[in-house]
Design a binder for this molecule. Structure first.
Ligand SMILES: CC(C)(COP(=O)(O)OP(=O)(O)OC[C@H]1O[C@@H](n2cnc3c(N)ncnc32)[C@H](O)[C@@H]1OP(=O)(O)O)[C@@H](O)C(=O)NCCC(=O)NCCS
Length: 204
């Protein structure tokens, strides 16, 4: 992981980041992927946080990217407790397992804290994020909209006891759910054609 530069994404990076995101997520969680379309629409959404859209650059090429957005815990009384989430987190396939994803996490979590965030939650790989301090969200009384706390729902306090007394439903930006298949397909057609595969690993 020599010469890794971490810096904010700029408009001239947009297409390369979308390409990278497509490569990273293709066939991982479903045949093909939606994440490159998500990042494409996310940048103009009010929940997107441009200062925390960070690229990892190596030898002049973008090899990783992470995007953060505003999220909330909706408490039993209906109050929204603001927090952050992140995703997509993408590392170019040929650079995976070389520390790029970890570098992006270690760079951005303190930045999120500096910007005033108290906690971060996400739906992601349960085997990956505990190394950065994430714990099962259920241990904080945080659930999904169905009242469940699956192992892929995790949370991290950026300040000690930030989540003490906070429980409820984790709500991500509506952007995560604004992925109409025809729009995704139209956007995907602007990239080189690629075959989709059904794989047995396509679950969290
Ligand atoms: C998951 C991802 C972001 C991790 O970034 P990375 O730079 O490859 O990971 P790092 O080098 O920081 O850490 C490596 C360790 O993470 C774990 N890890 C990395 N990718 C993993 C994967 N796909 N499944 C399980 N564990 C994984 C392993 O423990 C690995 O250590 P090992 O090589 O000794 O087994 C990256 O592999 C990626 O972009 N994957 C495809 C898209 C994706 O799944 N994004 C995250 C969605 S929640």
């Amino acid at each position: 992981m020599n010469n890794l530069i971490l810096r904010p994404e700029t408009p001239s990076d947009y297409r390369a980041v979308e390409q990278l995101t497509r490569e990273a997520f293709w066939d991982v969680f479903k045949p093909g992927c939606d994440e490159h379309y998500l990042i494409h629409i996310f940048r103009s959404h009010p929940d997107f946080i441009p200062e925390l859209s960070i690229v990892a650059e190596q030898d002049g090429a973008i090899v990783g990217h992470i995007a953060y957005s505003h999220a909330a815990i909706v408490q039993p009384n209906g109050d929204r407790w603001p927090m952050l989430t992140f995703g997509p987190l993408s590392v170019r396939p040929d650079c995976q397992r070389t520390g790029v994803g970890s570098a992006l996490m270690h760079f951005t979590l303190p930045k999120a804290k500096e910007m005033g965030a108290s906690a971060v939650a996400l739906c992601g790989r349960p085997e990956y994020y505990p190394r950065f301090g994430f714990r099962p969200a259920g241990s904080y009384g945080i659930t999904d909209a169905d009242g469940q706390s699956p192992d892929y729902l995790m949370a991290l306090e950026l300040h000690e006891d930030a989540l003490a007394g906070i429980s409820g439903v984790f709500c991500e930006s509506e952007a995560f759910f604004s992925l109409p298949p025809d729009e995704v397909a139209r956007f995907d057609a602007t990239f080189p054609p690629r075959e989709k595969h059904v794989l047995p690993t396509q679950i969290f």
